[in-house]
Design a protein around this ligand. Structure first.
Ligand code: UD1
Length: 419
């Protein structure tokens, strides 16, 4: 078993370069199934979710060549089966994008129910509603989803909830459908724009991604023969912004799109941190104890739920009592029990948590309960006095490339140890 051993406290100082966005990359890889040809994808984060995505594509018949640790060339000319490997697809959430892509490419797919972080109920009714509106038949039996369509036909789909996954999945299924598909009440996250840009580069006709109405004019074929670079990860960038504030540090975060970070920037300024926006890099520093704040997580451009635990660490040591209202996921406060082991005073009740700020956290053995919770615990271990051991690293490794290397380069005393 591996653990991260962190000796604190350290103020993080220096520069960090952000990797490609996990949530864009895990959609772009299955999107390559819509191409009858070859393409190259660069700026892929080197994380376990990407490795599993590649394995799934290979099992479906794709040929993948790794150009370096962040770039692949993928040939999807011969897709040989419509059965995705159930064991692999159940390992992470975004495996559901195989459904939209394979419906478009082959008109059929059998796939395991998606896995991923345990954040409470994670229904996929809006995905299914979208596929059915396009003319597919979808059955869910014994943990397996079977989707089938003779020919998908463009239509208008209203999303009952703002869902990143359903928006992307319906977009994927519509690219090669006959006629025009309109998605109303679409999610607007940067990775939705990135997936649309990727597909358009390959010959799709998608308009309005990044707004709440997306129009997809079906095309006959995607041509491939192009190179695409994944957008920088705004959640990783936000993680380092909040790490700078939490540790009273000074970090220059390079390779990010600062426009994607406006909600985080606003909250950091509100609690007394400093932010210098350089367009493609952002410097965040803080030389005093942060102030309290109230936060509600919301779909983009609101404060992202995926930065809620990292913000929770900052508020756990803030001056005063803060409240976080988690409006996206029902069980996203499991990390607060771990922070309380380190001396925090947090009371979570349902979707609301109260953070009575303490002056210091103290090192303790703690367990990542999900991906972003894991990152939050690494920040907490860095600012805490004494030794913190973070367990359950498989969560962190799903979404952060070389987290210990990046923290170490900023001065943290952090080691990965095998027990
Ligand atoms: C994506 C992100 C995840 C992030 C989340 C919200 C990926 C791979 N994961 O997850 O990191 O936390 O967006 O920003 O991109 N819902 C339904 N029915 C559906 C689909 C969703 O009711 O069919 C609800 C969910 O329960 C949740 C809300 O809609 O309350 C948002 O979920 P959604 O945006 O779909 O999240 P994911 O795409 O799974």
């Amino acid at each position: 078993m591996e653990k991260l051993v962190i000796k604190g406290p350290t103020s993080l100082k220096g520069e960090v370069t952000i990797s490609g966005a996990k949530n864009a990359a895990v959609a772009i890889l299955p999107a390559t199934l819509l191409i009858d040809g070859i393409c190259t994808i660069e700026n892929l984060p080197n994380i376990s979710d990407i490795k599993i995505s590649c394995e799934i594509l290979e099992k479906l018949g794709a040929k993948i060549t790794w150009n370096d640790k962040n770039s692949i060339t993928i040939d999807t000319t011969n897709i040989t089966t419509t059965q995705a490997p159930l064991d692999l697809t159940s390992k992470f959430r975004a495996s559901y994008y195989i459904i939209g892509s394979m419906l478009g490419r082959k008109g059929e797919i059998e796939v395991g129910m998606p896995g991923g972080c345990k954040l409470g109920a994670r229904p996929i009714d809006q995905h299914i509603k979208g596929f059915e509106s396009l003319g597919a038949e979808v059955t869910v039996e014994k943990g397996t989803i079977h989707a089938k369509a003779k020919k998908l036909k463009g239509t208008s789909i209203y999303m009952d909830v703002v869902s990143v996954g359903a928006t992307i999945n319906v977009m994927l299924a519509s690219v090669l459908a006959k006629g025009t598909t309109t998605i109303d009440n679409a999610a607007k996250e940067p990775h939705i724009v990135d997936v649309a840009n990727f597909l358009n580069t390959m010959g799709a006709d998608i308009r309005g991604a990044g707004t709440d109405v997306i129009k997809i004019n079906g095309v006959e074929k995607l041509h491939g023969n192009a190179t695409y670079s994944v957008v920088p990860d705004q959640i990783e960038a936000g993680t380092f912004m909040l790490a700078a504030v939490a540790t009273k540090g000074d970090i220059l975060i390079k390779n990010c799109i600062t426009k994607h970070l406006e909600s985080v920037t606003a909250k950091i300024l509100e609690i007394g941190g400093n932010v210098e926006d350089n367009g493609d890099s952002i410097r965040v520093w803080c030389n005093k104890r942060p102030g309290k704040a109230n936060i509600k997580t919301l779909p983009y451009p609101g404060f992202p739920t995926d930065l809620q635990p990292q913000m929770g660490v900052v508020l756990s040591i803030a001056n005063g009592t803060s409240i976080i209202n988690e409006s996206i996921w029902e069980s996203r406060f499991q990390y607060t029990d771990e922070l309380n082991k380190m001396g925090a005073k947090i009371t979570a009740q349902g979707k609301t948590a109260f953070f009575e700020g303490v002056k210091k956290l103290y090192g303790a053995p703690v367990y990542s309960t999900d991906l972003r919770a894991g990152a939050a615990l690494v920040i907490a271990g860095t600012l805490a006095e004494g030794t913190t051991e973070v367990y359950n690293l498989e969560h962190i490794d799903r979404g952060y490339e070389n987290i210990e290397g990046k923290f170490r380069a900023l001065g943290a005393k952090i080691e990965r140890v095998t027990e």
